[in-house]
Write a protein that binds this ligand. Structure first.
Ligand SMILES: NC(=O)c1ccc[n+]([C@@H]2O[C@H](COP(=O)([O-])OP(=O)(O)OC[C@H]3O[C@@H](n4cnc5c(N)ncnc54)[C@H](O)[C@@H]3O)[C@@H](O)[C@H]2O)c1
Length: 319
């Protein structure tokens, strides 16, 4: 059994990854700085059950400024998921944390991993593609991010290549496509819709709702990430998409029917930086990693709805 570092362990995907690593018997050294992108109490809910488990140790530190040497010492590999997420907030003066928590923090992780000669599997994003030239989009399609957030993720991919060439960094990039399920971030559409349904509040719909996403259940995204640590060749980049492309309008229909409630909608213009469509070609992940998504949209949305409805306090959990 191995010891892995998970950065961003108090976040949505990082908390699930930590849990699944512990479940299979690995030890986890979690790192998180509890950035204010969303409420700390949500992140405490994510990481709380992990803190009580044997094999889990937590370092509260900022990867962009603090030393992570002690946390990383002796680890077999690093899962680097810490970042400032979200497309819409990355414009204007809000760009600073994107540079800091994405580019700078990742550069520091790449330095450490090169020095320690350990593998990093890290979270890139479908946002590097923007409105892609081809659908489903293979990894080699020319990137064209539509948002500053996407630019920071593409920058990290390029940094990974430079560190590989100069310092033999062993890094693998996972381009996640819209991950959903229990603990999904409060700024993401599925959580906002489910919260509005459960609390009777209004959902703000950006654009017509015709925009579509290839959506990935969190358990499937985590499985791919764990497989990449073991099986991916050095320097590989993978699209991780669940294989179901749904429009936002369809997600609203499905959640209305699963909850038996009608959604109150307020229309707003399409947000700057949002792609019209995403669709992942996952041939490479299926071939190299033996990965395939297992959770369909109906089952996945029901699990997310159950999580929102079963939260001790909906207001506390989703803001
Ligand atoms: N959720 C998605 O659909 C999606 C899609 C594509 C890519 N990603 C990427 O996957 C990763 C995880 O996303 P998520 O949705 O779980 O986000 P999240 O915000 O829930 O988790 C990220 C965590 O990183 C921590 N963090 C940020 N900066 C840090 C720093 N400097 N030092 C230490 N900790 C720091 C935050 O406090 C947070 O807990 C991110 O890199 C994100 O960009 C997510």
């Amino acid at each position: 059994m191995a010891t892995y570092v998970v950065t961003g362990c108090a976040g949505f995907i990082g908390s699930h990854l930590s849990e699944q690593l512990l479940d299979r018997g690995d030890s986890v050294v979690g790192i998180d700085s509890f950035t204010p992108y969303y409420d700390r109490c949500l992140k405490e809910h994510n990481v709380g059950p992990l803190r009580t488990r044997s094999g889990f140790e937590m370092f509260e530190l900022d990867l962009a400024s603090d030393s992570a040497d002690a946390a990383i010492s002796g680890a077999s590999g690093i899962f680097h998921l810490a970042a400032q997420p979200g497309v819409r907030a990355s414009w204007g003066h809000e760009f600073d944390p994107y540079v800091r928590d994405n580019v700078l923090a990742t550069q520091r992780i790449f330095e450490l991993a090169s020095r320690e000669q350990i593998r990093v599997v890290w979270a890139s994003s479908s946002s590097i593609s923007g409105n892609a030239a081809a659908y489903p989009t293979p990894e080699e399609t020319a990137p064209r991010p539509l948002s500053p957030y996407g630019v920071t993720k593409l920058t990290c991919e390029q940094l990974g290549l430079a560190y590989r060439d100069a310092l033999q960094l062993d890094a693998v990039a996972m381009r996640y496509f819209t991950v959903y399920g229990p603990r999904q971030r409060p700024d993401m559409a599925f959580t906002r819709i489910a919260k509005a349904l459960v609390t009777g509040s209004t959902f703000t719909l950006f654009g017509t709702g015709d925009q579509s996403r290839d959506v990935t259940y969190v358990h499937d995204a985590v499985q791919a990430t764990m497989l990449a640590m073991e099986h991916a060749p050095t320097g590989a980049v993978y699209n991780i998409g669940g294989g179901t492309e749904v429009s936002l309008n369809r997600v609203i229909e499905l959640l209305q029917s699963a909850s038996g409630m009608r959604l109150a909608i307020k229309a707003a213009p399409m947000a700057k930086g949002d792609a019209q469509r995403t669709s992942a070609d996952t041939t490479r992940a299926r071939r190299d990693l033996g990965w395939q998504p297992t959770v369909g949209i109906d089952e996945g949305l029901q699990a997310q709805l159950d999580w929102i409805g079963g939260a001790p306090s909906v207001e506390e959990l989703v803001g």
